[in-house]
Design a protein around this ligand. Structure first.
Ligand SMILES: Cc1ncc(COP(=O)(O)O)c(C=O)c1O
Length: 414
């Protein structure tokens, strides 16, 4: 079979493909599996109960579900859910959004595919790229480009903190908006590192993008107001030049595949057209179920009562387990300021983390090797081969033992 260039690009090995396949097909046999890869959120009972209650309600009140589930919804997305989001976000942040400022997508990953290819690639002004102000950055971006080399990025500054922690900072002196940049994009909190770029770093990106007439894309998959897995003070920004991406996934509902894009009308209209071509319309089941929970702010309550405290506690516990397991190993951990991951750095490793990943996989420990998270950065920088991402949202004992096994493997290879 001969695949097109498009086919070949999307069917060859990709970081995100490997990650999702590992998540779906764990090694066979009876040996225990320490699944610390992937991006699954924690299965929090209170969130699941709220979801199931709404499902039960709809089972008994079919009329409420009819309009959007027994018919195709608008290509912009479930109109009732969009109206509720507009109302709640305006009230909470004092914005002046209208229904023309929000489009829904089949997950925010799908939104990034559309947004990046909408803005970058071949244009009548020449080839344009998406500029990431620093890497490591989310693994899911790099492979979305219909053209090669659609991302540019730069090394971060590494600030060493106490207790073997560190924090990446944007190298603002080196940061130049490139002539071919079509947009800036940053995840905040950042997957994979748990970094939250500071309000002043965000303000700088906002200023630079406005000055250069390019949008600033803020990927808020883990941020406020939902799921609110963010442990440091932070200000949420939006205005006409910002494209804000949110998702229902990290509330605990990745299977409903709902992404939310808050943007100016031109972007929302473009996404609506693309939705129509690619999907007819985005899935409305999740938005139907969520609409009442957003309308009465129950979802915010669930975030502050369950999601935020769970992940804050988990980040603290994971740091303790890290310190115990790696006490005699040259290892550092990024300060976990948000998201659902620990990002570990092994400066004395004498193999690549790609090899470490294979060794760990053989003993049932699944992590994500760090080299995938440096799109557009010169891979000769050793740091790109010295880090791994560990998901800390699962079973506590699994994470604790998994960290110990990672420490053993690193010790053997240092
Ligand atoms: C930073 C970030 N952005 C976007 C996504 C995509 O999420 P979804 O497509 O489930 O909304 C993820 C998923 O892990 C993520 O971590």
């Amino acid at each position: 079979m001969h695949f097109s260039n498009f086919g070949q690009k999307f069917c060859t090995k990709s970081g995100i493909g490997e990650l999702m396949n590992d998540l779906a097909s764990l090694p066979a046999g009876n040996a225990p599996i320490y699944a610390l890869g992937g991006g699954n959120p924690a299965p929090l009972p209170a969130l699941q109960a709220a979801f199931l209650e709404m499902l039960q309600f709809y089972a008994e009140n079919q009329k409420d579900l009819q309009q959007n589930t027994f018919n195709y919804p608008s290509p912009q997305g479930h109109t009732g859910f969009i109206a509720v989001l507009v109302e709640r976000l305006n009230e909470q942040y004092g914005w002046s959004l209208s229904e023309k400022n929000i489009a829904l997508t089949n997950g925010s990953q799908n939104a990034f595919f559309m947004l990046f290819n909408l803005l970058a690639g071949k244009t009548h002004l020449g080839f344009k790229r998406i500029q990431l102000p620093m890497a490591p950055e989310y693994i899911g971006y790099e492979d979305t480009g219909l053209s090669e080399n659609m991302f540019i990025s730069q090394k971060p500054l590494i600030e060493k903190l106490d207790n073997r922690q560190f924090k990446y900072r944007i190298d603002s002196e080196a940061l130049q908006i490139q002539n071919d940049a079509a947009a800036l994009c940053v995840s905040r909190p950042t997957n994979p590192t748990g970094n939250v770029i500071t309000d002043s770093e965000l303000a700088l990106l906002d200023k630079l993008s406005t000055q250069h007439g390019i949008p600033l894309i803020i990927d808020n998959a883990y941020g406020a107001p939902f799921p609110n897995i963010i442990h440091v003070p932070n200000k949420l920004l939006w205005h006409d030049n910002i494209i804000l991406s949110m998702s229902l996934s990290k509330l605990g509902f990745p299977g409903v595949r709902t992404g939310i894009i808050v943007a100016n009308q031109e972007i929302v209209e473009a996404l609506t057209q693309m939705n129509a071509v690619m999907n007819l319309s985005p899935c409305a089941l999740g938005p139907s179920i969520m609409q009442p929970l957003f309308k009465n702010d129950k979802i915010l309550q669930l975030c502050s009562d369950h999601i935020t405290p769970f992940y804050r506690q988990r980040a603290n516990d994971a740091l303790t387990w890290f310190n115990d397991a790696f006490s005699d190993v040259n290892a550092f951990v990024h300060k976990p300021e948000g998201s659902i991951f620990l990002w570990l750095w092994f400066p004395s490793l004498n193999i690549d983390t790609a090899e470490l990943y294979q060794r760990l996989k053989k003993i049932g420990v699944l992590v994500v090797p760090g080299h995938y998270f440096f799109p557009g950065v010169d891979k000769s920088w050793p740091h790109t081969r010295q880090c791994v991402r560990v998901n800390i949202s699962g079973d506590a004992a699994t994470i604790q033992t998994g960290l110990r096994l990672i420490a053993d493997a690193v010790r053997q290879a240092s």
